[in-house]
Design a protein. Structure first.
Length: 325
């Protein structure tokens, strides 16, 4: 049962305080390690074939190293006293999730929209998306915010908690390293196509189960929150696999169906236009309140998953007790 309580307390800690800027965050260290490893590889390898082979070292050293360092720290603290190890594990797992940060980022855009501060809304959106936002109108700003919050329900909440349930803070931290690798070197462009392939592929595999669990949670959440649960289920079945990512389409299509809006469409990245498959049906125009609705769906899904973690741990504990009896 200790694992369930640690996950619950870690989620509550993140929900309450998020990631204060004055506390060093493990992702910063991961980022520095990734950048240093990239410099070393590029200084020694100059062919596409060599870069592809060298790309395997990113998951091995960064994700494997994150797991080893976290495990070693908890082991040493456990030698001092188990309470120290438990407290550290709560804090470390909390750093791998970002429910408060995701909510705050979305609501910052929402506040600018409500104040009709269009430049502020575009700037705030530009802080959390990779697309160009300088010339977006209000519906497109809403779309970008809803898509980002929906997609990150998997990356920033469900996936790290899923791996924390399986392997505690070490595996949750390894997942966060994989996700950071994907965000830094997992691009399918000329610079990273060969070097980052292993990181991108591993991130796809790591999120495969959590993404589909998140879609189910969002469908149930839509029903609880009196949104369109049937629409959410229908859009997941119809549109989820149209997304270029094997995982992102599941939460995005679920949210689109639940809200009765259409996500996807034309985006511009560094001046280059790109089209992403549509998710959902536009039963009404998008509005700023859709950001609030998406945030509510996010918190319901996160809370429901934490509850499932507790139930799973309770089941294991009861099964173990029955075997011992």
């Amino acid at each position: 049962m200790s694992g369930a309580w640690i996950i619950i307390l870690a989620y509550i800690l993140d929900r309450c305080i998020g990631d204060p800027r004055w506390i060093p965050h493990p992702v910063i260290g991961m980022g520095k390690g990734i950048s240093a490893l990239e410099r070393i590889i590029r200084a020694r390898v100059h062919t596409n074939k060599g870069l592809k082979k060298a790309g395997i070292w990113f998951p091995i050293l960064i994700a494997g190293g994150s797991f080893a360092v976290t495990w070693g720290l908890l082991f040493l603290l456990g030698l001092i006293h188990p309470i120290f190890a438990a407290a550290a594990e709560i804090v470390l797992i909390a750093t791998t999730i970002a429910s408060k940060g995701l909510r705050d980022a979305g609501m910052e855009v929402y506040r600018h929209l409500k104040e009709q501060d269009w430049p502020g809304a575009r700037r705030s959106l530009g802080m959390i998306v990779g697309r160009d936002t300088a010339h977006l109108d209000e519906p497109e700003v809403v779309r970008g915010t809803v898509e980002t919050v929906a997609e990150n329900i998997v990356d920033a909440i469900v996936s790290p908690l899923f791996y924390a349930l399986i392997g505690g803070a070490p595996l949750a931290m390894a997942y966060r390293a994989v996700n950071t690798l994907d965000s830094m070197v997992g691009y399918k462009n000329e610079k990273y196509l060969h070097l980052g392939w292993a990181s991108a592929r591993l991130d796809d595999w790591a999120n495969w189960i959590p993404a589909r669990m998140t879609a189910l949670l969002l469908i149930v959440g839509a029903w609880v929150l009196k949104l369109d649960a049937k629409g959410a289920a229908r859009m997941v079945a119809r549109d989820a696999r149209l997304h270029p990512s094997p995982n992102s389409g599941f939460p995005e299509s679920a949210v689109a169906g639940a809200l009765g809006i259409r996500l996807g469409g034309h985006n511009v990245y560094h001046g280059v236009a790109s089209f992403r498959a549509y998710m959902g049906e536009a039963t009404r125009p998008m509005e700023s309140e859709d950001i609030v609705r998406t945030t509510r769906l996010m918190f319901w899904s996160a809370g429901a998953f934490v509850g499932l973690c507790f139930i799973a741990s309770l089941g294991v504990w009861l099964a173990g007790g029955a075997l011992l009896w």
